[in-house]
Design a binder for this molecule. Sequence first.
Ligand SMILES: [Zn+2]
Length: 319
Amino acid sequence: MLELGLRRLARHPALRLSAALGALTVAVIVAVPALHGAEPKLRVVATLPDLFVLTRAVAGDLATIDLIARFGQNPHDMEVRPSQILMVRRADLLIRNGLEEDAWIDVMVHRAANPRMLRGSPNVVEAFQGIEVLKAMTGRVDRSMGDVHPLGSPHYTLDPDNVVIVTANIATGLTRVAPEQARVFDANRQAFLEKVADADRRWKSALAPFRGAGIVSYHDSWPYFYRAFGLVEAGVIEDRPGIPPSPQHLANLIRQMREQKVRVILHESWYPTDVTSRVAKETGAKMVVVPQSPGALKGTEDYIAHVDHVVGALAAAFK
Ligand SMILES: [Zn+2]
């Protein structure tokens, strides 16, 4: 009937265009139920790769998850792009670090004008909540202390025990925006945590022979990792996070590393290696270049594969 009416209208030259538009509208209306036969997916934004892979493990295929910092990108060195603002604008839930590793998200939230993404909103998960924060600074904090870890070390997902807490925070956030899926999120999380627990036993036994060993790193990325695996921080090349080391600091570090016979330097893959190579050469320590978060290397796009890679590289370097 409708089609017949449109055809009749179309015979009138002046009405041809509007008839064509009318037909187009009908086509669109008809197409909508076909496109959205299933419930529209939840849109989640994760600021960082570690939070992205953990969110994916909990949400499964019930959410579309956008990642702001690309795999392999240094999160301490980000530029705001329009595509990221669009992700934040259309998001239902934001998963953020909470300890300012991703402080740039505030700029994106402001530009996206999505008030649900503001801190304190039920649509925002501060993933660190409930963990024991390491290297929290006390007293006055200013930029001279380094400009990227203002609230303590933000690299907490490198301790597998913290994954239990972080995934609980993520599941709680997902359940707030999609309460009807609570049981699925919980089941996904439990299945994932069982796999992490299995892998953790493997990681702990791989590193057990090196318990108590001192390690130096370029960036201060590893306090949670060291604690988890009984390793000892023997110094950090970048002594204040985000600020290149002074010659004085390097001289002291090299002397200490010789005295303590430090054998391994962990170098995060997104920093230039020149200073680390020099320290390695002068101390005889081995430089191990590893990504600090998942996805920077092919095959490490999930949490377990990422930690597998770091643990494997470290164990190989000690042997
Ligand atoms: Zn950092």
